[in-house]
Each structure stands twice: as C-alpha cells, then as structure tokens.
Design a protein around this ligand. Structure first.
Ligand code: SF4
Ligand code: SF4
Length: 571
C-alpha cells in the first residue's frame, strides 16, 4: 500500500500491457450539445436492467403512475428497483424482445406516457452530510442506480463494501471509439458530477479522489478542472489515449502503478472505481431525489443525419432514437448497441434503452465493414501482443472451441475483460470475444448447475440424517420401554410369593372370624333356651310373645269380671 501511495502522490501515470489505437471517430457526435428526446408512444422497461436479479412488480395493467414512481420492489440480493420515466398508464406487463444480442424476450412493464410528465412527491436532500452513510446507501439503492460505465453493477452494493478505501477513482476515460456520452456530460454538467463525487467520497471515506480523463477530451478536461478547483482532495489525472484505458483494472494500473491481482477485486488494494455518469446519477438520487429514469446515449454513425448525444428516458425504443436522429438505413444495415469494440448487433430495433445503454451506432458499410468469414488461426501472436490482461487469446480460442472448461479457467479466461482488442488485430477475422463469451456463459451455467446439485445433495443428506436420527430415537424409546416392562415383570415375579402368603393369612383370619361368630351365635342360642323356663322376669320376651300374653291376660281379666257380674246378678 505504501508503494501505491508513493506512486499516486508522485502524480505519475503508469502503463498497462497491450492495448490498441483504433480510429476514434468521436466527432461529429461529441461536438453537438446534449438534446432531450421527446417521450415515445410507449416506454418498454425490462424488469432486469443490471447485473443481478429483477425486482417484484408493484403495479398492474391499467394503473396510472407518476414520474419517478417505483414500478418494482427490489427484495433480493443485488436487486434494484425500476421507476416510471414519466407519468402515464401501465399499458402492459408482458414479454418483450430485450436489448441483447439474442433479442430473446423478457418480462417488461410497458408505459403509455400521458403527456403531463407529472412527478411524484420529491424530498431533495441538499445537506447530505447530515445523514449517515447507511441512509445514503439506502437512498442510492432505492433510486435504482447501477454502474453506468457498462456492467451495470448496483452502485450501493459496490459502495457498501466494509473495507478501508484510500482512493476513489472516477472514470471519465471513455476509451471506446464513437462513444462520447461521458464527454458531453463532463462538458455540460461538471458541477453536478463533482457533487456526486463528493457524496461518493463521503460514503466510502476515501482519502483522495482521482478523476481520470483521456487526453482526447480537452473540453471535458477544462470543464472538470474548473469544477474541482475548490476541492484539495480531488486530483485530475489525464491519461494517454489508448484502448482500453477505461477498463477498471487497466485504469487502476495506470493511476496506481500496480496491477490488480488475478481473481482479486480493486477494494483489496484500497481502491474503488465509479464512472462519471454514475457520479452524476448519485448526485441526482441523493440531492434531487431523482431516481435513475434517463441517461445520456450517443447516437452516431454515418447512417445518421443528426449525430449527437441525447437524454434518453429509459424504455425508449431504439426505433424512436433512430427516427429522432434522422436514420438513413442502407441495405443490410447493422444497428449496434454499444461501441464497435464491445457492442453487439441488435437483431431487431424494437428494443429499449436500458440503464447500461451508452451508444447506438449505425455505421455505413464503408465506415465499418462487417466482419468477414472466419479463417484458420495462423498463430501469428498478434492477439497476445495487444491483450491488456496478458492472456493468450489464441490459446483461449482453441480451448473454447474444444469446450475444455477446466483448462480455460486454468488459463484465466475470467481475467478477459472482453475488450475485443485481440479480435480487432486478428488477420484471420476470428470472432475471438464471441468464443470467450460463450465459454464464460457455459462455465457459469455449469457452476450454477453444480451449485444447485450440491444444494440438492446437501438437502438429501440432511434429510437422510434426520430420518436416521429419528429412527435411532424411536428404537431407543422402544428399547427403554421394553426394558421397563421387563423390570416390572421381574418385580412382579419377586412380589408374587409374598402376596400369596399375605392373601393366605387374610383368608384364614376371615375364616377364623366367621368361626368365632358362628360359635358365639350358637352359644347365644343355647344360653337363651335354658334361661326362659328358670327366670321369666330376667328373660327379655320377644315382642309377639309379649303381645299374645297381654291379650290372653286381658281376656282372662274380662272373663273374670263377667263371672263376677253374673254372680252378683244371681244373688
Ligand atoms: S491473431 Fe488471430 S490468427 Fe493470429 S494468433 Fe491470434 S487468433 Fe491466431
Ligand atoms: S478480449 Fe480478452 S483476450 Fe482479447 S484482448 Fe481483450 S482481454 Fe485479451
């Protein structure tokens, strides 16, 4: 790190290996002021416009939406929301051809503008320093800001890396021929870009900000130089024009004198890089509460009458851009999205501008002849000489054709930045980058499939382990229950004789008691028969006997009295 610091402080510009000097052809588009294109009849907004997963739709067909209103919710890792570029009605949510070489359809929200361009409520935040960094990252994420330099990685996620940052590099190099969107932005919006740079430096805590611009943009250099003059911690670095100086690893090497090691990220060196367009979008998101709903697009090529740069609302069909610029198509006209080195030919033009669209190039056949038929590699080595990543492009090409993916990885295929410098110099017109992209895609697919299979295997093994555990637990429970039953039976067996003897004792006691009761009764009966004759007064007469005796006595007394009265009557 000390070496890097010394190098940066010295203000030197290093070199990177390889590189080419293709015709720049940035004029005449770069000389025209930025224009604003009217809203097209429909704006097509693919749900996914960045590296990562798409968000969930939050609107339905027929809904009325306001300018800046979120249309999707970013709920997953690397997700970014989309916003309505203007007010209007959600005309459809359906599959539409997408802005890539295949033209395959993807899910998109289609909006019919209502012509009012009515904003949702906005909450500008001019004093962003009063907010903590996490809050600013949330604002940038909610505004859907992705890297506008090409890849479209979510900006908030790149900024959220929890590692110390010594240098924030702002990339205004824009090295690809034809493209001049950043050039015009720097010329016309230097102050806004610098405010975005201040926000980025505040969030990252970078010690110093380095602004890099290629020396073929003198007006942009002058404009930015003036805008940064009041900030002592921002330094301008003018780098020589060479393609691909704007590649992340190449520019870091130019400014720090150190190469980013293979398979490592710049943050490991204490460096983070953002594009000038991204810095502008960050300023608009934080200070103006304006989400990413438009971007600068270069319209260029000899088949356009009015080349230049335009503010294009996201979702604007390429057709509408071409009409605006005065398109004069040739036979078998090619329409390229991006530049001549890294761009791709569109299969149809009814595809929209997305967050990563920086250029629409419509060259004439003389200006940019279509690639000829592929011939055999002659092993000239020209491709290796110009490779900025110090790779062996011809070797990679053979391995890619042989689908030898492990060998491709061993040969650092993923260090290839797809700059196209090798294909540019190849005398055999081999579309080398095409092979690398295909191979990378296959390797990524295989890795995804392997990850899925590994996950399924882990789930299966976890389930098996759970079932096995449950079976063991069940068996253990059964074993313990059987043991308990056995112990109980043993105990019963031990207790049985004692119980029996207890039972016998009880029976004999009862029998003895019965015998005693019988004997007593017999004794009582015998005793009462003897005493009746001998002692009548002491003998308790039974109630029936008492009653008969009383009746007999009364009769006797009555007879006696009657005899007495009869006697008296006779006398
Ligand atoms: S430049 Fe083309 S022909 Fe020459 S070695 Fe490379 S791939 Fe082969
Ligand atoms: S496309 Fe890849 S292999 Fe070819 S020059 Fe660029 S980095 Fe090297």
């Amino acid at each position: 790190m000390q070496d890097i610091k010394q190098f940066v402080e010295s203000g030197q510009i290093a070199r990177f290996p390889g590189g080419i000097h293709p015709p720049e052809r940035k004029q005449p588009a770069s000389e025209q002021p930025l224009r604003r294109i009217p809203y097209a009849n429909e704006l097509i907004l693919p749900l996914r416009q960045h590296i990562g997963v798409s968000g969930q739709c939050t609107v339905r067909e027929g809904d009325h939406v306001l300018k800046g209103q979120p249309l999707t919710d970013a709920v997953l890792h690397q997700g970014l929301p989309l916003h309505a570029p203007t007010s209007g009605t959600v005309k459809a949510i359906e599959q539409r051809p997408m802005s890539h070489a295949s033209g395959l359809p993807e899910q998109a929200i289609v909006i019919s503008p209502d012509g009012h361009d009515q904003w949702r409520e906005r909450q500008p935040l001019p004093d962003y320093q009063q907010r903590d960094k996490a809050e600013l990252l949330d604002i940038i994420q909610a505004a859907g800001v992705a890297g506008l330099g090409g890849a479209g990685f979510p900006t908030s996620q790149k900024l959220a890396q929890q590692k110390p940052v010594s240098y924030l590099i702002i990339n205004g190099v824009e090295c690809e021929p034809y493209i001049c969107a950043d050039d015009r932005l720097m010329r016309e919006h230097a102050r806004d870009i610098v405010l975005g740079m201040r926000i980025l430096a505040y969030i990252t805590g970078a010690d110093k900000t380095l602004l890099a611009i290629e020396d073929n943009k003198p007006e942009a250099i002058a404009s930015m130089h003036q805008a940064i003059s009041e900030y002592s911690d921002i330094e301008l670095r003018v780098v020589p024009t060479k393609y691909p100086s704007g590649g992340e690893k190449q520019l870091i090497q130019l400014l720090t004198g150190h190469e980013v090691p293979s398979k490592q990220l710049p943050i490991e060196m204490g460096v983070i890089m953002q594009n000038v367009g991204t810095a502008f979008a960050v300023k608009e998101a934080v200070i103006d509460d304006k989400p990413l709903i438009e971007r600068v697009v270069t319209l260029t090529g000899e088949c356009i009458e009015h080349p230049g740069n335009v503010w294009a609302p996201l979702g604007t069909p390429v057709d509408a851009l071409l009409d605006f610029a005065g398109f004069k198509p040739e036979q078998q006209q090619r329409v390229i999205m991006g530049g001549p080195m890294m761009g791709f030919t569109l299969p149809i033009t009814a595809v929209p501008v997305i967050k990563t669209t920086n250029c629409i190039l419509v060259p004439s056949t003389e200006e940019l002849p279509p690639p000829g038929d592929e011939m055999a590699c002659i092993r000239c080595g020209a491709c290796a000489e110009v490779c900025p990543a110090s790779l062996q492009p011809q070797q990679l090409q053979w391995l890619a054709k042989a689908k030898d993916y492990p060998a491709l990885e061993d040969n650092n295929l993923f260090d290839c930045i797809e700059c196209g410098a090798c294909a540019f110099v190849c005398p055999s017109e081999i579309p080398l980058v095409h092979y690398y992209r295909q191979a990378k895609s296959q390797i990524r697919n295989q890795a995804r499939e392997q990850a899925k299979a590994e996950l399924a295997k882990q789930r299966f093994e976890a389930r098996q382990a759970r079932l096995e555990r449950e079976k063991e637990e069940r068996l253990e429970r059964h074993r313990k229950a059987a043991e308990a039953r056995k112990q109980m039976q043993q105990q019963k067996a031990q207790d049985a004789p004692e119980q029996e003897s207890n039972n016998d004792g009880k029976s004999s006691a009862v029998a003895a008691a019965i015998a005693r009761a019988k004997a007593k009764k017999a004794a009582q009966e015998g005793g009462s028969a003897g005493s009746e004759a001998s002692d009548e007064a002491t003998t308790q007469p039974r109630p029936a006997q008492d009653k008969s005796a009383a009746v007999a006595a009364a009769i006797a007394r009555a007879k006696k009295k009657k005899q007495a009265r009869d006697q008296e009557d006779k006398q």
